[in-house]
Write a protein that binds this ligand. Structure first.
Ligand code: HEC
Length: 126
């Protein structure tokens, strides 16, 4: 066991997190994502640091990267069950480098900002 694979998730990244998000931190730890990814300055360097991943990747983009891999990252689609994937992604979505704004998918309409009208009409009441 390499010392650096066991680097704990920084306490600050667990503070105020929901049980699901904490579960995701454990998945990140157990699946050894940190062999290649650092958080809080500790961990592998083959992949990008994940400290602010959610400020530049949306939920969908994170899910795709984890399940399909790509760019020298192995695919984890077969290594994670749906519950693990959900927890892991929820945790990753909390990593916004000390509260940067969450990433927005520019291909989605900016519903609710007033910039564009809602894409779906309000369902009719019966
Ligand atoms: C063998 C090394 C390796 C392992 C293990 C690994 N990754 Fe990666 N990961 C990479 C590399 C390399 C990239 C960059 C891919 C690219 O540039 O397209 C990456 C990219 C990512 C990204 C996108 C980050 C960004 O800022 O663009 C996320 C999120 C991610 N990995 C999550 C995970 C998770 C979660 C795990 C564990 C389930 C994991 N990785 C395991 C190597 C790895």
């Amino acid at each position: 066991m390499n010392a650096w694979t066991g680097d704990p998730i920084p306490t600050a990244d667990l503070h105020g997190r929901t049980p699901l998000e904490r579960q995701g931190a454990l998945v990140l730890q157990n699946k050894q994502c940190r062999n290649c990814h650092s958080i809080g300055g500790a961990g592998g360097m083959r992949g990008p640091a994940l400290d602010s991943v959610a400020s530049h990747m949306t939920e969908g983009q994170i899910i795709r990267q984890v399940l399909q891999g790509g760019g020298n990252m192995p695919a984890y689609g077969n290594a994670l069950n749906p519950a693990e994937t959900t927890a892991l992604v929820h945790f990753l979505l909390t990593l916004r480098g000390g509260n940067l704004a969450p990433a927005i998918d520019a291909s989605q309409t900016l519903v609710g900002t007033g910039a564009v009208p809602p894409s779906r009409p309000t369902p009719a009441r019966h």
